[in-house]
Write a protein that binds this ligand. Structure first.
Ligand code: HEM
Length: 234
């Protein structure tokens, strides 16, 4: 390989070796995962459509064999983003510990400091939730999946029958609350990594992060609650 071809690779490796490189990877993968969570929520909310087949038609559209390359491309991008996000976060945590072995408490912003501290354990619990969630609603290993036709899941029926189990519904609700804290801190950190953290904008950016995080959690949590209260049923 020519030295001209190696140079950009070398620069990328050196950029990643510095904390700012890892923060950039966290911000970019965070934006990709955030975009997925927003798109997924919009898809999930179709469960409230008066036409009960709406969400199943949407799922069939996503799983259309003609779009298999796109579907697997998106899945691969998501998996890569999750792995890179977790790897960079662990490496940053190690660097931070090495630089400042004794932690300090900043008392000026209690909600932000609380959300920052929760990142350490909210991240792994959300990762565990995603594995459980895929086993539950994609693989059908937790509860048997109902189908409309061969290889065409009855998404509406599967979501509703899943949340009729209080333990499943409760786990989803707890995971969504943690996701809310994680997104709040994550969105705010992303602005800081991008250098958009001028004191003049701090309140506005934090409010924006909080609104996004709460809206996403509330939208998702509404589904198990609607099932448990009987508002949504098969
Ligand atoms: C109440 C909340 C949620 C509901 C009702 C829900 C519903 C679903 C359903 C029905 C599927 C299977 C889709 C299909 O086979 O067509 C699915 C897949 C998935 N969901 Fe969720 N979801 C929720 C929250 C979340 C959250 C918060 C995340 C991420 C943090 C997430 C990540 C995923 C992933 C990664 C898949 C696999 C996608 C694939 O197979 O390509 N979900 N979800």
């Amino acid at each position: 390989m020519s030295s001209a071809a190696v140079a950009p690779l070398h620069r990328a490796v050196r950029f990643y070796a510095a904390p700012i490189g890892k923060k950039a990877v966290m911000a970019i993968t965070g934006v990709i995962l955030f975009g997925y969570v927003v798109g997924h929520l919009l898809g999930n909310l179709q469960i409230y459509a008066a036409d009960h087949d709406q969400i199943n038609r949407y799922a069939a559209f996503l799983h259309d064999p003609g779009r298999a390359t796109l579907l697997w491309g998106v899945r691969a991008l998501l998996l890569l983003s999750v792995v890179a996000h977790i790897t960079a976060s662990v490496q940053l945590w190690v660097l931070k510990r090495e630089a400042r072995p004794i932690g300090y408490v900043k008392k000026d912003d209690v909600p932000a400091a609380y959300a920052a501290r929760t990142m350490l354990w909210s991240g792994p619990i959300i990762a565990a939730f995603i594995i459980f969630h895929i086993l539950h609603l994609t693989a059908g290993s937790v509860l048997p999946l109902q189908e409309i036709a061969p290889n065409q899941p009855d998404v509406r029926a599967n979501v509703i029958s899943g949340f009729q189990h209080p333990a499943v519904a409760l786990f989803y609700i707890v995971a969504m609350l943690l996701l809310c804290l994680h997104l709040y801190h994550g969105v705010w950190s992303m602005f800081q990594s991008m250098g958009v953290s001028h004191p003049r904008y701090t309140t506005g950016l934090k409010r924006f992060a909080a609104i996004c995080a709460i809206a996403i959690a509330a939208g998702n949590i509404s589904i198990p609650i609607a099932v448990m209260t009987g508002l949504l049923s098969n």
